[in-house]
Design a protein around this ligand. Structure first.
Ligand code: UD1
Length: 382
């Protein structure tokens, strides 16, 4: 038997909100692996607001990053380039065994690109998801990151075919399951009760008394950067509010645009509670008790499937087809009539029941830790 070699740290990257719930269980699994897998956590600073950042870190029990690149906002080119510039010297300094990136945000691509050019292995968690929509910035990030990754972990089996079709060697891909659901399951019992969240934000919890309410999030550029589209969606939410009260946690991009386009009044409705972006445990509590989720988020489509809460997705497509095929998700785009029909149907019948997909079982991160450790050992030996 060959002796285990010591491994240089895995350089783990987070940058934006949807990264945190994926990284938290991975770091815990690295610590719990025998032997422990050393890691260094880097925050690029893509998200920096307290609401988008620290509150999520504490809710997820995510350790404070050892390094923060503090890049902040910018155009895609500026943000990506700035992350690359600031990340490169850190890679030189740390000399990691690999750079591990999650999801599909600009930070994911920027750091993967720096690593591959330095001949450092890139590991991508949540590989192979495709919406088929290249107008989505995340789709470009996914395609490019997967193409330059050396080890790819998938959340659903359909992802493998997407990767192979793009020339990725199937033997580099490992179906590990969904790390975001690891976070969800380990945090569910700690979730903040919905009434407490409303009270904390100055909203009378009587709004959701009886437990019949919808939760709303919207932030995709295709939905909120175009005034006409945002007006249409705000109108659809007003219609929904006639049917059940809504709790809308507003992303800073959406809030800014509602004000900029003069659309705020459309949501000025006593049946719509407007909240800032929420902490992880607050959002989880609200979502778990909801009658329906109305969203354009990728992550929430998966989380509602895991919680068996019906989800209506205001997008033309999804990169997470399993949530619609097996889970509780219905993708309606921005077709008003379809939206209202789907909502009425959900309210009348309780909505799609769905089932929880394979390996969305709370143990995806330990599967990644075990595979990555073996893979790094094999590389070190070759
Ligand atoms: C990013 C991700 C998206 C993810 C989303 C979750 C990319 C291409 N997009 O989109 O995939 O679903 O995060 O939230 O990486 N802003 C603040 N405070 C912050 C962060 C942003 O006010 O802490 C505002 C700024 O005006 C900024 C805008 O939001 O310009 C957009 O932020 P950015 O990080 O570029 O993209 P997101 O829309 O958040």
């Amino acid at each position: 038997m060959t002796a285990a070699r010591s491994i240089a740290p895995v350089l783990c990257i987070v940058g934006a909100r949807p990264n945190y719930m994926k990284m938290a269980p991975i770091l815990r699994a690295f610590d719990e692996h025998v032997p422990a897998i050393p890691w260094v956590l880097v925050h690029t600073g893509q998200h920096y607001d307290h609401a988008m950042n620290e509150r999520l870190f504490s809710g997820l029990r995510l350790p404070t990053p050892q390094h923060n690149l503090e890049v902040g906002s910018g155009t895609h080119a500026v943000q990506t380039a700035e992350i690359m510039k600031r990340f490169e010297p850190l890679v030189d300094d740390i000399k990691p065994s690999c750079v591990l990136v999650v999801g599909d945000v600009n930070s994911t691509l920027a750091c993967a690109l720096v690593a591959v050019k330095k001949h450092i292995a890139v590991v991508h968690v949540e590989a192979g998801l495709r919406s088929g929509d290249r107008a989505m910035p995340e789709e470009i990030n996914r395609i490019l990151v997967d193409r330059i990754s050396d080890r790819l972990y998938t959340t659903e089996r359909s992802a493998l075919a997407n990767l192979v079709a793009e020339g990725v060697d199937a033997s580099w891909v490992h179906f590990a399951g969904n790390v975001m659901i690891d976070s969800l399951l380990s945090s569910r019992s700690l979730a903040v009760p919905p009434a407490a969240t409303l009270s904390e934000h100055g909203i009378d919890p009587a709004l959701i008394a009886g437990g019949r309410y919808g939760v709303v999030t919207l932030h995709r550029p295709s939905n909120v950067d175009d005034p006409e589209q945002l007006r249409r969606l705000a109108g659809m939410l007003s219609q929904a509010a006639e049917r059940l009260p809504l709790v809308f946690a507003i992303h800073p991009r959406t809030r800014t645009n509602l004000e900029k386009f003069g659309l705020g009044a459309l949501l000025d409705n006593p049946r719509i509670a407007l909240l800032p972006p929420l902490g992880y445990l607050e959002m989880l509590g609200l979502m778990d008790g909801a009658t329906v989720m109305i969203t354009d988020s990728g992550g929430l489509q998966e989380e509602t499937t895991a919680l068996s809460v019906p989800c209506i997705t205001l997008r033309e497509n999804t990169e997470r087809p399993i949530t619609a095929e097996q889970g509780t998700n219905t993708v309606v785009g921005s077709d008003e009539a379809l939206f209202v029909r789907c909502l009425d149907d959900t309210l009348a019948t309780g909505g799609k029941r769905g089932r929880v997909p394979e390996y969305w079982d709370g143990a995806a991160a330990p599967r990644i830790a075990a595979d990555l450790y073996a893979w790094l050992q094999a590389r070190a030996a070759s």
